[in-house]
Design a protein around this ligand. Structure first.
Ligand SMILES: Nc1ncnc2c1ncn2[C@@H]1O[C@H](COP(=O)(O)OP(=O)(O)OP(=O)(O)O)[C@@H](O)[C@H]1O
Length: 565
């Protein structure tokens, strides 16, 4: 049996013990009362009963601690494992999952849904077990004292279960609402803090103040509503207990007078009935908890069971180095029903530098993302060094490729750590990569050089600096293939010249694909592909394309005239 099952089994054992101790207390109270009434015929003196009750109370307390610790900790372990697995799955999921799922939604699965599952597997299971044990044993004992009195006394209980279930459901809705308002409040506060300059320059302080007040008020109302509901539960329980006690007092009292039950029986009966009140209220809560937990489990399993199209084939091979060409054979790609790339075929020889340009949305980024398998190929095939990339292990394929995405993502760490991010062996020369990316001059201006912290998402760096850091990160791993997605869009023309000079030296024998709107980025390229609506409409060396007088030549003319070369 696994450790978790042992914890639950141990927890159940201690729950049994704790209930046994609890149930014996009213029984000894009964014996004590009978001892007081008939000292001559009773087996235990009231004093002996009091001592036993003290020991029973201690036993009850100790076993309760063990049962709670074992079961609630088991739930914590379950939560820990699901969280781990969830995160592992998230890192493996296809990019399409992230395009179709909101970040807030993913985060809420990590917080709300995991909490619901923990509550179900901890408190839920413990309370269900406890209620089950207590009901079986207490009702049996009540029945033994007097069957009809038992039926009358527990009659109001189903009403209590229904009311608590209803109230706890509404409380859950309120708590969801409150959490959503809190999330809105936090993101509004974060947005306001990060855009404080913009708010001031447009004199929008009052507007944001009013917006914040609205959300804060709605958060307050949700919480007040929750407090009102919570306040309802106690009177409901008191009502049900009172009704039960009234029945016991009225009917039970008469039974004592008639001599059908003893006074001790009456005391024990009242004790057992009181013990049932809390577990009965719990029953309503457990029902809500299990509905909520089941819904959360199914939301979590959507991620846990989500299919990833980009995975390693069972017999995936390791790509040690890339010596040969990259071939694209009739490659197509669609986002849903929208065709983004159609029938792309071309061969990029080893060491060739290929520029890719075309209008906005023509599929350039998508084409680059297909090569390291960041997106799955819908149709056709990409072959590197004679191997279909779907048969190459993802880790080895990606380790041979340096990819500089359009938007540089930086972690809030130092420049050095950001550059060395992909260098698992920490063998690369960070300073050299920084130099090759044309970033040295900027780094030297910072007091702490490479150790400068870049702030959250690199707020302390300019757009161009972020891009160059991103290039340095890709260069550090000395890749055989370099994929650059508009890497110089935020870099000024003078700096672009220097970076291209440095990059040109780094290119060496590497195969390079560089996407750019600025044609000047293609100065070292042997060939340029022009994409339009997902198809290659022109290709050739820059000189050949200029001579063709097509789209490329038109773009060149425009940029030449506007001075953006
Ligand atoms: N995650 C996505 N989900 C749905 N459609 C997408 C997604 N990403 C891109 N697209 C669409 O695919 C098309 C091609 O996008 P892509 O980013 O490849 O174009 P691009 O040529 O690189 O554009 P740009 O020059 O602006 O960088 C666009 O029409 C875009 O709207």
């Amino acid at each position: 049996m696994c450790a978790l099952a042992w914890r639950y089994a141990g927890g159940a054992f201690f729950l049994l013990a704790t209930n046994a101790f609890a149930l014996l207390i009213p029984w000894f109270l009964k014996l004590a009362v009978e001892g007081l009434q008939h000292p001559e015929s009773s087996r235990f003196s009231p004093g002996a009963c009091a001592v036993v009750i003290v020991f029973l109370a201690i036993g009850h307390c100790v076993t309760r601690i063990f049962s709670r610790t074992l079961i609630l900790n088991a739930a914590r372990f379950i939560e820990f494992r699901i969280r781990e697995e969830l995160f592992q799955r998230l890192l493996l999921l296809d990019l399409s999952f992230f395009s179709s799922t909101r970040t807030g939604d993913v985060l809420s699965r990590f917080s709300n849904d995991l909490t619901n599952v923990r509550m179900l597997t901890g408190f839920g299971i413990m309370s269900a077990l406890n209620t089950f044990i207590l009901y079986i044993s207490a009702v049996t004992l009540l029945w033994r004292i007097h069957p009809w009195l038992t039926v009358c006394a527990v009659a109001p209980f189903p009403v209590m279960v229904l009311v608590v279930k209803k109230v706890s459901q509404r409380m859950y809705q309120r708590s969801l609402g409150a959490q959503e308002e809190l999330a809105r409040l936090s993101s509004l506060a974060e947005e306001s803090v990060s855009s404080v300059r913009l708010i001031r320059s447009y004199c929008r302080e009052e507007h944001f103040q009013a917006l914040f007040e609205d959300v804060a008020r709605s958060y307050l109302e949700q919480n007040l509503g929750m407090a009102r509901l919570r306040g309802l539960i106690i009177p409901v329980m008191a009502l049900a207990t009172g009704a039960g006690t009234l029945v016991v007092l009225f009917l039970g009292g008469r039974l004592v007078i008639q001599g059908a039950i003893t006074l001790g029986d009456f005391v024990a009966f009242s004790g057992y009935l009181a013990m049932l009140v809390w577990p009965t209220a719990m029953l309503g809560w457990i029902l809500t908890l299990s509905q909520r937990g089941a819904a959360s489990l199914s939301r979590l399993s959507e991620i846990l069971a989500a299919d990833s199209k980009v995975t390693d084939a069972p017999d995936a091979l390791d790509l040690k180095e890339v010596r040969d060409s990259i071939e694209l054979n009739q490659v197509s790609f669609s986002y849903g029903d929208t065709v983004v790339l159609a029938d792309i075929s071309c061969t990029i020889k080893a060491g060739e530098r290929v520029g890719i340009t075309g209008p906005v949305g023509s599929g350039k980024t998508t084409l680059l993302r297909l090569i390291p398998r960041l997106l799955p190929i819908n149709d056709g095939m990409i072959v590197i060094d004679g191997h279909d990339i779907n048969r190459i292990s993802l880790a080895s394929l990606r380790s041979r490729i340096g990819y500089v995405p359009q938007e540089a993502f930086l972690f809030s760490r130092s420049i050095r750590e950001n550059v060395a991010y992909g260098d698992h062996q920490q063998a690369g020369d960070v300073a050299e990569a920084v130099r090759q990316a044309g970033f040295t001059e900027d780094v030297e201006k910072f007091h702490e050089g490479l150790e400068t912290m870049v702030g959250e998402k690199g707020v302390a760096l300019s757009g161009g600096q972020k891009q160059r850091l991103s290039i340095a990160r890709a260069l550090l791993s000395e890749p055989d293939i370099l994929l650059l997605d508009d890497p110089l869009s935020a870099v000024d023309a003078a700096r672009e010249e220097d970076i291209l000079e440095e990059l040109g030296r780094f290119y060496g024998n590497r195969t390079v694909l560089i996407v750019s709107h600025r044609l000047s980025a293609f100065r070292d390229c042997h060939r340029v592909l022009v994409l339009k609506e997902g198809r290659i409409i022109e290709q050739g060396s820059p000189v050949e394309l200029l001579a063709q007088e097509g789209v490329f030549a038109g773009m060149h003319r425009e940029q030449f005239e506007s001075g953006d070369r």
